[in-house]
Design a protein around this ligand. Structure first.
Ligand SMILES: Cc1ncc(COP(=O)(O)O)c(C=O)c1O
Length: 250
């Protein structure tokens, strides 16, 4: 098994060309949770088409947010035919908990019969399934929610840029400010929490060493005014700790 950055498609192509295994799986997140940037899914799909590799996509942060029907980045990239399985968590945009797997019926049947964590777990309660069903209906029927979410995310990125605060690449609802030092990231997060913002400091080993960050998750219920206040508080907290923040990196 090889693990490497999701946007390094050339390296993956190189590895696939050398791989001796007959069956090869590419397992990738469609929207990266710690940076908030999109994986080049169409390039992955092309690679799978040309090499016969099997594509499995984790849509945890994209389901309910992207695509005309809101099913995720697979839909947005138009590569449904090339994906064998997608994993969709219900605990984020869908507002419930748990997850579901979607894909080719033979692959889903295989998991039903062979996936040990599924076989040996108690089934989720019917109430959860009903809530998830309602959440999926809302996603399909109310696209304005995800349009608003991405508009607000763009607004936050622009205001941070105006304030001279670099953010990670991407256009998604996950907006990360890399601070570097663990203690400084924690201190800035605490300042935000004290002002009422639920922003956490993400530190290694969840992210690479030296890239501790604030990971902000926008939701459609926020307002521009709240985001303005967030940027003001963040700018103040960063300014007061300039000495311990060696560099803000984008
Ligand atoms: C990429 C990815 N997949 C799956 C999960 C699991 O989500 P949950 O615990 O809601 O099932 C997470 C959680 O953050 C995640 O980041």
């Amino acid at each position: 098994m090889a693990v490497f950055p999701h946007n390094d498609v050339d390296r993956l192509a190189h590895l696939l060309a050398r791989a001796e295994e007959h069956v090869r799986f590419i397992v990738v997140e469609s929207l990266y949770s710690m940076d908030g940037d999109e994986t080049p899914l169409a390039e992955y799909a092309d690679l799978c088409r040309s090499t016969g590799a099997v594509l499995v996509v984790d849509e945890a942060h994209a389901v309910g947010v992207y695509g005309e029907r809101g099913s995720g980045l697979i839909e947005k990239a138009g590569i449904e035919e090339q994906v064998c399985l997608s994993v969709n968590t219900a605990g984020k945009a869908l507002g419930v908990s748990g997850a579901f797997v979607a894909g080719r019926s033979w692959a889903v049947d295989y998991l039903l019969q062979r996936a040990r964590p599924f076989l040996f777990s108690t089934a989720p309660p019917p109430a959860l399934a009903a809530a998830l069903d309602a959440g999926l209906d809302l996603v399909e029927a109310e696209p304005w929610r995800r349009e608003r979410l991405l508009a607000l995310s763009g607004y936050l990125r622009a205001r941070l840029h105006d304030a001279g605060i670099p953010v990670t690449a991407g256009t998604s609802q996950i907006v990360a400010v890399v601070i570097g030092d663990n203690a400084a990231a924690l201190a800035v997060a605490e300042s935000l929490q004290a002002a009422g913002f639920d922003v956490r400091a993400i530190r290694p080993p969840t992210v690479p060493r030296g890239t501790a960050r604030l990971r902000m998750s926008v939701n459609a219920g926020l307002s521009e005014a709240v985001l303005d206040r967030l940027v003001a508080v963040l700018a103040g907290a960063l300014a007061s700790r300039r000495d311990s923040i060696s560099q803000l990196t984008s």
